[in-house]
Design a protein around this ligand. Sequence first.
Ligand code: ZN
Length: 445
Amino acid sequence: MRKDYSSLFGEEPTPNQPASNSRTVSKKERHFVFHPSFITLVLLTIAFIFLPDLNNSKKVTHHEEFITSAIESTQDQKATVERREVELIQGSNANAALHQLGFDTPDVLQMLAIAKKSYGLHQVIAGHKFQRINDGDTEHVYYNIDDTRRIHFQRDNKEQVWSAAVEGREAESRIRTFRGTIDDNLFASAAAAGASERTIMNMIDMFAWDVDFARDIRQGDHFTLICEEHFDDQGQLLNNTILAAEFVNQNQVHRALRYTYANGNAEYFTPAGQSMRKAYLKSPVKFSRISSTFKASRKHPVLGYTRAHRGVDYAAPTGTPIRALGDGVITYYGWKGGYGRFVSIRHNNREHTTAYGHLSRYVKGLRTGSRVKQGQIIGYVGMSGLATGPHLHFEFRVRGQAINPLSVKHRAADPIARSEMKSFKSQTQGLEHKLDQPDTTVNWG
Ligand SMILES: [Zn+2]
């Protein structure tokens, strides 16, 4: 049962940046193109030093290092570079955009035909851009297919024959370390460390089987994240992969290292090679920005497990998602007396049942008999039934007997295979040493 973790966590998409100043840039450069005097050459040199910088500083506010663009003029004295770009509007198409860039119909038809071999340009998306760059010798046209790929047309100015290829947009990557200590809010401490909210959510997902982020986070808990950041040809952050992480929760150290298999799949393991995954998540409440700032009201003390109270209560705002602790089948989905809206799940080993009470609402499409996957949202926190405030009443039962869910230790999924161990060690050893480094060394945040 190997999951593709790249979609669950580790990959951080970057929001699209406004393109407001790119037009000014291309206008200025066109201006220089038509004044090939000595002064212009000087100006041009200055322009090439400053314009990409200006461009970069405006577009990229979330990282501070200047990344050299892959698209640059040659240093040749004769070189004059002309850039133009067109943003696709709704209802437009590649044909129209290429005409707008100044190409005539024979050129456009040739380009559309040649593109078919690598990427059909009928799939272009409104908001994406076509960019034309003529460096004097060669005409280049780029269309960014997505965050990681672009199609690149080329035509030698002497030959008039187009070629096209899909290529990667990634130009740079670097390793970055984030360290933070939790004062009263995990997100605030993450922001102070320079880590994005998305990165922190990824970390929370990595430790979801070991740390109950909804109940167990304390002041003084701290974390270290070693991330690989990828940038595109424009110096923009494409994604951010957590390679190694440490989370110290109430003095208990949890570590996870990313291991990438030869086939490209990646998974997180402890330094000893144990899987991070277990049959059950540590918490049924999905940690979020809202739940992290929620304080239990006095009217409904958050109850721990006792003889009288056979579950654990999670104080959380109404509407906070509740997720299935493990894979299983729903055995009850409806109103149940004092529990209000209630869900119970029988898990795959058939001995374990989890139960969730006081929901504010159900999830469309779920009913008694539905199969659910670990982590799947099964309802939302509320105060239906006998409850004085919004909270989740949660029970873990073994052969029908409620037990204290906070004390259960669950077996981990399969450890790293013996045959992979050598490769695992060589891939992760350096990362472990990085986690061990003292605080002061590599914090960019
Ligand atoms: Zn309760």
